[in-house]
Design a protein around this ligand. Structure first.
Ligand code: G4P
Length: 530
């Protein structure tokens, strides 16, 4: 019998769904929870129709706008597996947070609207998965509606996203003539029936794709078309190769209709069969294997004021190795000190229950009293610094000042905390004044709202002409000084006191590089020489 940690690792799957808004992420999340019995959940899954919001639509702004700003964690059990689904913020403006969530998963599900094909947000998110070689499965949704031809969709995925596709299931018809999906490995035809909360579907065992029994179920000419398509696939399509999938080179594709819970179970069953459990994680020092006995982990997200009644901050930590036990002491690597993990949150429905233990791949919530930052690493043994949490150069800027100048302290505190959460970046101009930098413009509104709601500060936001930001460094101090006097209104320091150049255009940056040869510019602050 393998030790408990190995059993736990074998049973753990941690993943996220990537998609463009409206592809059906909320819907498929609900169906996954339905199949899993939704034993534990705390999520952004919302019942839009009834106008109710689930527990983790924490923030007022989410309720007002009907969008999910924050990501959250849902855990459910299915066929003996512990499945952790990290929800990614759906709105396209919140990509930075989404990117960070992707650093904490072992695989992803790409959800595509069958009528629309590959959309902008999916493209961006898949790029992040590819950067990290994250294995991706694909679910093409909404086949109960008129969709594009499956071949056209696969071609688009291959061309636009640059990843090989291998269909595991194949649709028979679509829209009002959608008869079902055929599983190419099991040779089973699952018959489509409408119904939102349906878990059971009729199934027919065929001898193969050319079995004429299919015509009993196919509508109109779809049976003949299905066979033609299958013939083409057998000849020219790529066979499913688990190794290529695990290497992030090939994506197995499933077709269905999330709204009708249809095709979801096929995905879930194959997901458990092929998707990786907790993988080794890179740290500066070495790779950390999940079965190592000592606890290690890193923070990929901080969420303030999850519950207005508590007014707290929670840091989300992914367990990378070992076993977490309530009350244990770990090394907070950045602060070089031991901390006790006594108040820890699990992600159970409704209440934030205290958690007693957690295993590799699982996510725990740490109540934060200001000790944590995104990217922080924790270790029960040697100091280890986990890598790979991306930092992005902001793309939108606003100057912020106070409506009431007496509230400077609250403004600074609010901005400091929002920066630690990764909601914004704050730059202090050398010429005076504060500039906020974000990746998505909607973040400005969130910040304004939260400054007022949580810190009682009314910020006045004014447009500025900056378009991009670069951290800078020069070994020759004279060059640095000359550069800074030439760009007085454009040089600032970030919260870590690192100097940054706020450029008015990409051309502005090129010109500065040309003029000040000794200067180095960085899109990521971690790359600045010490
Ligand atoms: P998101 O989280 O990715 O933004 O998408 P969401 O699940 O909210 O789904 C977006 C819309 O697509 C919803 O319609 C949803 O009902 C619909 N949808 C999801 N899956 C399917 C499917 O398999 N077939 C069809 N035909 N539609 C699907 P809505 O009108 O925006 O909201 P609602 O009133 O239906 O809740």
């Amino acid at each position: 019998m393998p030790p408990e940690i190995e059993q736990r690792i074998a049973r753990q799957r941690t993943f996220a769904i990537i998609s463009h808004p409206d592809a059906g992420k909320t819907t498929i999340t609900e169906k996954l929870l339905l199949f899993g019995g939704a034993i534990q959940m705390a999520g952004t899954v919302k019942s839009r129709k009834s106008g109710r919001y689930a527990t983790s639509d924490w923030m007022e702004i989410e309720k007002q706008r009907g969008i999910s700003v924050t990501s959250s964690v849902m855990t459910f059990l299915y066929k003996g597996f512990n499945i952790t689904l990290l929800d990614t913020p759906g709105h396209q403006d919140f990509s930075e947070d989404t990117y960070r969530v992707l650093t904490a998963v072992d695989s992803a599900l790409m959800l595509i609207d069958g009528a629309k094909g590959v959309e902008a947000q999916t493209k961006k998110l898949l790029e992040v998965c590819r950067m990290r070689n994250t294995p991706v499965m694909t679910f093409i949704n909404k086949f109960d509606r008129q969709c594009r031809s499956p071949f056209e969709l696969l071609d688009e995925i291959e061309e636009v996203l640059g990843i090989q596709t291998s269909p595991i299931t194949w649709p028979v018809g679509m829209g009002s003539e959608f008869a079902g999906v055929y599983h190419r490995q099991t040779k089973k035809l699952r018959i489509f029936k409408e119904g939102a909360d349906r878990k059971e579907f009729d199934e027919v065992q065929l001898t193969g794709w050319d079995d004429l029994l299919l015509d009993k179920y196919a509508i109109g000419t779809w049976g003949a078309q299905f066979r033609e398509e299958m013939e083409l696939l057998e000849g020219a399509g790529s066979a499913f190769d688990p190794e290529s999938y695990l290497g992030g080179l090939q994506t197995p594709v499933f077709f269905g209709s999330a709204m009708n819970s249809f095709g979801v179970q096929e995905f879930l069953d194959d997901f458990l069969r092929y998707a990786p459990g907790p993988l080794p994680r890179p740290a500066l020092e070495r790779f950390v294997a999940p079965e190592e006995p000592k606890l290690t982990g890193f923070i990929f997200k901080i969420q303030a004021n999850m519950d207005p009644a508590h007014r707290d901050r929670v840091a989300f930590l992914r367990v990378c190795s070992g076993k977490f036990e309530k009350g244990m002491k770990v090394n907070h690597v950045r602060l070089e000190r031991q901390i006790k993990l006594s108040k820890v949150m699990g992600f159970l429905a409704q209440d934030r229950e205290q958690l007693d233990e957690a295993w590799p791949g699982e996510i725990i919530g740490l109540y934060d009293t200001g000790l944590f930052k995104i990217g922080d690493s924790f270790s029960e043994g040697e100091p280890l610094n986990f890598t790979g949490i991306p930092h992005f150069s902001p793309e939108h800027f606003m100057r912020v000042r106070l409506a009431n100048p007496l509230k400077t302290k609250q403004l600074e505190k609010g901005l400091q905390q929002l920066t630690e959460e990764g909601a914004t970046q704050v730059f202090k101009l050398q010429s005076g004044g504060l500039v906020l930098g974000v990746v998505g413009v909607l973040q400005f509104e969130v910040i304004k709202f939260r400054l007022l709601g949580e810190y009682g500060v009314e910020g006045v936001f004014e447009p500025v002409g900056y378009q991009l930001a670069r951290w800078y460094h020069a070994t020759d101090l004279k060059v640095k000084k000359d550069f800074e006097s030439r760009y007085v209104g454009q040089v600032a320091i970030d919260v870590d006191q690192k100097p940054i150049f706020l450029c008015n255009s990409p051309w502005d940056l090129d010109y500065a590089k040309e003029k000040f040869k000794g200067m180095q510019f960085f899109a990521n602050s971690d790359h600045i020489p010490a």
